[in-house]
Structure formats: structure tokens, C-alpha cells
Design a protein around this ligand. Structure first.
Ligand SMILES: Cc1cc2nc3c(=O)[nH]c(=O)nc-3n(C[C@H](O)[C@H](O)[C@H](O)COP(=O)(O)OP(=O)(O)OC[C@H]3O[C@@H](n4cnc5c(N)ncnc54)[C@H](O)[C@@H]3O)c2cc1C
Length: 525
């Protein structure tokens, strides 16, 4: 531990060391007796913060200041509108709506550079956006008009620990990178279901995977985070260091800092049993009943899960229910989906394969759609789900003139047993409860507001109906939420209060609430 004199000396040096870029405290200053421990860094962060004031500059002034400072120190890592790769980076998003025009794009290759960038943002009062895998699907969540885009694409280090128990992944990695690195070892982990989703965004909001029922949400499998705080300090948050931050990052999104490394628990799962089943419209009632049944009987004895969706082509009037099911092990067909397997299908494909092989097929190409996600949560009830489905289909018919309309009704199961994992792992997470969701996507810019209003009124009406039947949960998953939804309202109030306290302790300047305002934020105290 550093003595108080040493801490004061460091603070003095810090004040003098701000030159090219305000360097992060932890990395730029070393102690005669060794390096600072993470808790000491937190203490320093708090002291330094209390001696500085953040100024929120106007958008143009703040970003000009930050872009100029970053250019002078890291010119080769900075793109402006004249740079060759600017447009490719400004549009490297899954949803076309997320394409915006940042003043400059900073693409660090090391955590220290992320820390420097945050220090620059704070000192310039510059508004900025953070991008991991670029899948959050609404404008402003991960990009910014006129501000600075911090694109983490180049932080792609991946390392399996020598004991094979964990894997470290940088915030620019995608799930396919992680599954690829694990595959040679016969290992797997709880992450994203589609291959190009970013590790960073998914880990910070929860993480629906196929095997949640036994192994918990993806966030429950993170054993350590390396984090850059709002004043450029770098800390580690795990079960022994900064435990409060460790908890808050499990579902608390981008409210506390920028994660520069995720350390994730690995699982010895060399093979999975998969099923792809497609049905026609007459199967819908049985399909929905099988879904409710699966949700009601989804214990942790067999690790298994699914993507369950019904797409509806409002032009051809073709309804297509489909199941993508995955189960741990080699039993084929996977027994957990027996209730679906008895429904007459138009396609059934059962296989046993390595997890990597499965995920490699599941692409989610960028820049294909303008999408409106939105969802609500109910307790599994087949009759009510069927009523909602029918109302959804009728409502889709009402907007069938929207060009490129591709509506999909998704029922995402959040098994109670997945919540037990967090209860018993000694740290917990920030949320819970059963889940059902729908989303819809379409193709024309001029329909954005209309689609948002359509989705919103449909959901809100059915939420009221569900409330009357005592079927509702207020839980909203950030990964499927509409930009008009406020997921934190569905978290226990005491958890939100605790997160706000943690935010005040780790980001007293408000860098991640005032300068980085996109995505799902906790809001003012
Ligand atoms: C096609 C598709 C499929 C999906 N499938 C699944 C699924 O199977 N399971 C599931 O749980 N979810 C799924 N989602 C939701 C997905 O998990 C979220 O959109 C998630 O935020 C994506 O992470 P990202 O890194 O790609 O996104 P980004 O848009 O880059 O980041 C999401 C948010 O996190 C912030 N952020 C990014 N990196 C960091 C960082 N290092 N530190 C702090 N903040 C950061 C960003 O500013 C942004 O607000 C899916 C989404 C899409 C579009």
C-alpha cells in the first residue's frame, strides 16, 4: 500500500504531468515501493475528482478540442471526415439508423490510450460515444453526430488462461472470436447467440445465450473487468477488488466506465446437440403452447435454450414459426425440445457439432435494415401469448404499406433457474425475472417515427391487458428494448439506488452520464 505522503506526491505530480494528453493515474506514475493497488487507485480517483471540475463544452467546441488533442498525440489512430476509412467506420453498425457523423473517430489499440482519451474528453468537456460490436440498434446509443466516436474495434486481444478456467477478451472482440479461441480446447462459454454481436455491449447488459438455464446469464460468468473510469484511472473490478463496481457492471450498462478487458469463465462443453425446426401457420397455437411449456419446465438439469420466433410477411401473408434449439452434449434430437418435435414441421434438422460450428452459421449482417426493437415481459401463459400474437399480426396488417417490412414476433425465455445462478455465485447482478419479447424491423427512413409509435402503442396496450390478468413483469431487457423504453424502471428500486451511489463514487465528474449520454443511462440522482 502507498503511504498518504506518497499519495499526495502522486497527486502533485499528476497536476504537473498533464501535457500531451492527461495521462491515466495508474499507468503513468510508479511508486518507489511498487505499483498502486486497485483500491488505492480508486481512492486516488476520488481525491483527484473532487479537486477538478468538469465543464461541458458546447458540442462543436468540445469535440474540436478533443479531436485536436488526440490528433497531436495519436494522429495515426484518429479519423476525420477527410480520412479514407472515415465513412466505413462511421457506418460500421448493425442498424442503418445508428449511422451518424462524428467530428472524429478515435481508434485506440491499448487500454492506456482509452484512458488518455477519457481524460481528454473530460478536460475538453467533449461529448462522446463508445462503440464495441456496434449492435445496439438505435441512433445515439453507440455513435454521435458532431462529437467524438471512441471505436474499440482494435482492442481485440484474446487469451485462454493457462489453467483453461477463464478467457480474457478485449472490448473490440465479437462472440465468434471468443468461441474460435475456445474451440481448440474443447471449451465454450456463455455469450451471444449470433456470431458478430460484440462481447462488450452484451456482457454489460446481461447476455441471452442458449444455456442460460443452467449457467446463468453471460454477465454472471464474468469473473473480472478491467475498467477505465471517468477521470482516466484504470481499475480492476472483481470479487476482491472494487466489489461494488463488479456488481454494478453486471447489467448496469455503460454508466460506470469503459471496460477494456473482460475475463470470462469457460465451460468444458466440446459438443452441442442442435435442432432447427420450421412450421407453417396452422402450427402456431401448438408452437406457442410448446414455448410456454418450455418456459414453465426449464430447470437446470439439462442445459438447453433456443431462439423462438414467428415471422409474418404482410405482403404474401405467409406466417413462419421457427425454433433454433441448442442443448449441451450429444443426445440427438435434443430432448429438451420434445414438445416442438411432436408438432408436424416443414423443416427439421438435428445435428451434433462443436459450438463454433453452430455459431459460425449464425451471421447478423451489418447495414441491412432499419430496425425497431421493443418488448415487454409476461409470465409464461400460452393463451395470453396467443392473443398477443394474433393482435400483433392484425396490427402488422395495418402497416403493410411500409416498404421492406419484415416483422418478427420473438418469444425469448428467461428461465427462473438462470436467476438462481446469480443468487448463488456470491455477487449477484442488477436484475431478474421471466421474459417475452417481440421486435420488428423495416427498411425506409421515412417510416421511423411511424414504426416507433406503432410498436409503442401495441406493447403498451398489451401490457395493460396483461396487468389486468396479473401476468406482467416490469422487467425490460436492454438488448431488446426500444429507444423509448427505460429498462432501469424494471429493476428493483434498491438496485437502481445502489447503482447510482456506485456511479457517484466511481464517476463523480459525471463523464459517463453527462458527456457519454447515449445508450441506457441511469439518469440524474
Ligand atoms: C442481430 C442482433 C442479435 C442479438 N442477439 C442477442 C443475443 O443472442 N443475446 C443477447 O443477450 N443480446 C442480443 N442482442 C442484443 C445485444 O446484446 C446488444 O445490442 C449489445 O449491446 C450489443 O453489444 P455490442 O458491443 O455489439 O454493441 P455496441 O452498440 O457497440 O454497445 C452497446 C452499448 O454499450 C456501450 N459500450 C460498448 N462497449 C463498451 C465498453 N467497452 N465499455 C462501456 N460501454 C461500452 C455502447 O456505448 C453502447 O451504448 C442482439 C442484437 C442484435 C442487433
Amino acid at each position: 500500500m502507498a503511504s498518504s505522503n506518497e499519495l499526495i506526491k502522486i497527486l502533485t505530480e499528476l497536476g504537473e504531468s498533464r501535457s500531451c494528453v492527461s495521462r491515466s493515474i495508474g499507468k503513468s506514475i510508479s511508486l518507489s515501493g511498487g505499483s498502486l493497488e486497485a483500491d488505492e487507485l480508486s481512492l486516488l480517483a476520488a481525491v483527484v475528482s473532487s479537486t477538478e471540475n468538469i465543464t461541458i463544452a458546447n458540442l462543436s467546441t468540445g469535440s474540436s478540442c478533443a479531436c485536436a488533442q488526440l490528433a497531436s498525440c495519436y494522429g495515426s489512430l484518429l479519423l476525420t471526415s477527410n480520412s479514407t476509412n472515415y465513412t466505413a467506420e462511421a457506418t460500421d453498425y448493425w442498424d442503418v439508423r445508428a449511422d451518424l457523423l462524428p467530428k472524429c473517430i478515435f481508434m485506440p489499440t491499448k487500454a492506456d490510450q482509452v484512458a488518455d482519451a477519457v481524460s481528454v474528453f473530460a478536460s475538453c468537456g467533449a461529448q462522446f460515444a463508445i462503440r464495441g460490436g456496434g449492435h445496439m440498434n438505435f441512433p445515439g446509443s453507440n455513435n454521435i453526430d458532431g462529437g467524438v466516436l471512441l471505436a474499440l474495434n482494435n482492442l481485440t486481444d484474446i487469451k485462454v488462461a493457462s489453467d483453461n478456467a477463464t478467457i480474457e477478451a478485449g472490448p473490440g472482440t465479437r462472440w465468434i472470436d471468443v468461441y474460435t479461441a475456445l474451440s481448440d480446447y474443447g471449451l465454450y462459454c456463455i455469450g451471444g447467440r449470433l456470431k458478430t454481436i460484440g462481447v462488450a455491449g452484451l456482457e454489460l447488459i446481461g447476455g441471452f445465450h442458449y444455456l442460460n438455464n443452467k449457467y446463468g446469464m453471460a454477465m454472471d460468468n464474468v469473473v473480472s473487468y478491467d475498467v477505465v473510469l471517468g477521470n482516466g484511472t484504470q481499475v480492476v473490478a472483481n470479487s476482491t477488488l472494487n466489489r461494488d463496481l463488479f456488481w454494478a457492471l453486471k447489467g448496469g450498462s455503460s454508466n460506470f466506465g469503459i471496460v477494456t478487458k473482460f475475463t470470462i469463465k469457460t465451460l468444458k462443453i466440446p459438443y452441442i446437440s442442435t435442432t432447427i425446426q420450421e412450421f407453417n401457420e396452422s402450427a402456431v397455437p401448438d408452437f406457442i403452447a410448446a414455448t410456454a411449456n418450455l418456459a414453465n419446465n426449464d430447470g437446470p438439469d439439462i442445459a438447453a435454450g433456443s431462439v423462438i420466433s414467428i415471422s409474418y410477411n404482410a405482403t404474401t401473408k405467409v406466417v413462419s414459426p421457427s425454433l433454433l434449439g441448442v442443448q449441451e452434449g450429444t443426445e440427438s434430437p435434443p430432448s429438451r425440445f420434445a414438445n416442438f418435435s411432436v408438432i408436424p414441421s416443414v423443416v427439421t434438422e438435428n445435428n451434433v457439432m462443436r459450438p463454433l460450428e453452430w455459431h459460425s452459421q449464425l451471421d447478423s449482417p451489418f447495414q441491412m435494415f432499419r430496425v425497431q426493437f421493443a418488448h415487454k415481459t409476461i409470465k409464461p401463459d400460452a393463451d395470453q401469448l396467443y392473443s398477443i400474437y394474433k393482435a400483433w399480426k392484425t396490427a402488422v396488417d395495418e402497416i403493410s404499406d411500409v416498404k421492406g417490412l419484415y416483422p418478427t414476433f420473438v418469444m425469448n425465455i428467461l428461465p427462473a433457474s438462470s436467476l438462481s445462478v446469480a443468487k448463488n455465485n456470491g455477487i449477484g447482478n442488477t436484475w431478474g425475472l421471466d421474459d417475452d419479447q417481440s421486435y420488428i424491423r423495416w427498411a425506409n427512413a421515412e417510416d421511423d417515427l411511424r414504426m416507433t409509435n406503432w410498436a409503442r402503442s401495441l406493447l403498451d396496450y398489451w401490457h395493460l391487458e396483461n396487468q389486468a390478468k396479473n401476468l406482467t413483469s416490469e422487467f425490460i431487457y436492454m438488448g431488446d428494448a426500444g429507444d423509448f423504453q427505460y429498462p432501469f424502471a424494471g429493476f428493483p428500486l434498491e438496485n437502481v439506488q445502489r447503482m447510482r451511489e456506485i456511479r457517484s463514487a466511481y464517476d463523480p465528474l459525471g463523464v459517463f452520464s453527462r458527456l457519454n449520454w447515449g445508450g441506457f443511462k441511469l439518469g440524474a440522482n
